[in-house]
Design a binder for this molecule. Structure first.
Ligand code: D5M
Ligand code: FE
Ligand code: ZN
Length: 482
């Protein structure tokens, strides 16, 4: 008999328990010593309370959840996915229609607010003497903070104007606006015949009811695996995948695994990348991903979305990773390949998945935001109701006729990755998850002082929205931020 097993058996016997031989067999199969001790202690505690002093097979099966509960639902609905919608519209005309689609969609969203009844177009406001305050809507084209004023240029389909902000608090609000985002402004004539902005209203998220799953199942949030990279934490991810099929009571209820992009490291993404790869082709990298995900039980649905390292179109919105690079993943019953961004319903819980490349442009241009707190950036995106407003910076945006990056449908969970920092937060009832990464710090990241916290798996109970995490990092400073 294993030493550890006799230790736990003695523990139970000393507390006056009998152990049925079938229960004994199950205990003997558990290889994780710590788990063995924990299980016996919990069962002894519970049965002492019940004053039943025998441990039988049923007790262990209940505790371990060895029999998967067939009543647990795992229903996926793809509510929106750009894969079949992306066109290859090009040129100035394409961008004109993109921006006009953005403006129109967001104007519709903001029209739920009472102030919106007084909206005037910019050309009208510029050419009439304003007796009272009026509201205008527009996309922010420039934002300049000067000594003690801020100047903001807004543009709508009728034209553009520069408004001046004097109020200190409002200047701070203006500082959080993203370039090319939609905003509504309260405007009045200034003394010097110019226009003064007296209030700024973002489309934002209204108060709303969060959808929950009736079935008590869990979803796992992952991203930025970077399979194929030398720095991919293969052992740790394998350990986590093994946990999913372990008898742990939470693992037994996992029915969804979401991967928010950068599943592979890709090829030719940055200069001299080949020196940092262990798999030199996309096909090899994706094959390795497939082999790894194969270990996940088949009753768990896996959703795979591309990031900026994955193959396929680079510009946003991105279609799903093309089938030609790996037909195995596409053909798998329990795998859904979706584009970036995608809105998915998991037993009725709406999850907005977005890789998060736009965070790069936003932290560069917005005072107070940094890579260290990605969920703060995610809040800005929700307020702007747009996933990637800044046009013409480092995030490539395709000249689609329809702007598919407007957040039209409000999610219950907002899942982003890209910055390799796992973090949790809440905004207006929406659970914000940045799922971190499974790649150790790369030389590039070290050179810019970026410290990732990789190897953390975030797990959400879709019935209660309680969040758990499993930490596979050997570095004790590596913790989940919230
Ligand atoms: O991005 C991982 C992280 O590294 C993300 O926070 C962006 C940052 N990153 C990546 N490339 C650059 C460059 N060239 N400049 C600044 N910051 C960068 P990933 O998409 O995994 O490469
Ligand atoms: Fe990444
Ligand atoms: Zn990325």
């Amino acid at each position: 008999m294993k030493k550890e097993l006799s230790f736990v058996l003695n523990y139970a016997l000393n507390k006056g328990f009998q152990i049925h031989p079938d229960a004994f067999k199950i205990l003997d199969d558990i290889t994780d010593v710590k788990q063995l001790e924990k299980i016996i202690k919990e069962i002894v505690k519970e049965k002492t309370r019940q004053k039943k002093f025998q441990i039988n097979q049923n007790d262990l099966e209940t505790y371990l959840g060895i029999k998967d509960d067939p009543n647990l639902l795992n229903e996926i609905k793809i509510l929106s996915d750009p894969t079949s919608k992306v066109t290859s519209g090009e040129g100035v005309k394409g961008y004109n229609s993109l921006f006009s689609s953005r403006f129109n969609k967001l104007k519709r969203i903001i029209s739920d607010r009472p102030e919106s009844k007084m909206i005037k177009s910019i050309s009208v406001v510029k050419t009439t003497k304003l007796e009272n305050d009026v509201y205008v809507c527009g996309l922010v084209t420039t934002r300049n903070a000067e000594r003690n004023i801020t100047k903001l240029v807004l543009e709508d389909p009728s034209g553009s104007f520069e408004g001046i902000i004097f109020d200190e608090e409002l200047q701070k609000t203006a500082g959080t606006l993203l370039i090319d985002q939609f905003v509504m402004a309260r405007v009045a004539s200034a003394k010097n015949s110019g226009l003064m902005i007296k209030d700024l209203i973002s489309p934002d998220i209204p108060d709303q009811k969060i959808n929950k799953s009736e079935s008590e199942v869990y979803a796992v949030f992952l991203s930025d695996l970077h399979i194929g990279s030398k720095y991919f934490m293969e052992e740790e991810l394998i350990e986590f995948v093994n946990w999913i099929s372990s008898p742990d009571p939470v693992a037994r209820k996992v029915r969804f695994v979401l991967i928010g992009g950068d599943i592979v490291d890709g090829v030719g993404i940055y200069p001299n990348q080949n020196k940092e790869l262990v798999c030199q082709t996309i096909e090899e990298q994706l094959q390795k991903a497939e082999d790894l995900l194969d270990k996940i039980p088949k009753n768990v649905k896996i959703i795979i979305m591309p990031g900026n390292h994955d193959p396929g179109r680079r510009a946003l919105p991105q279609p799903a990773i093309p089938q030609k690079y790996n037909s195995g993943l596409w053909e798998r019953e329990n795998v859904e390949m979706v584009g970036n961004p995608a809105l998915i319903s998991l037993n009725g819980v709406k999850v907005l998945m977005f890789h998060g490349q736009s965070i790069d442009d936003i932290v560069k241009t917005t005072p107070g935001l940094s890579y260290d707190r990605p969920t703060d950036v995610m809040k800005n995106l929700l307020r702007a109701r747009h996933l990637s407003p800044v046009y013409g910076s480092s995030t490539p945006i395709a000249p689609e006729v329809e702007d598919l990056l407007v957040i039209e449908n409000i999610p219950d969970i907002f899942h982003v990755g890209h910055v390799h920092k796992a973090q949790l937060d809440m905004y207006k009832g929406i659970l914000l998850v940045n799922s971190g990464s499974w790649q150790k710090q790369t030389p590039f990241q070290a050179s810019v002082g970026m410290v990732p916290n990789p190897g953390l798996a975030i797990i959400v109970n879709l019935k209660t929205f309680q969040v758990f995490h499993e930490n596979y990092s050997s570095n004790s400073n590596n913790v989940l931020q919230s």
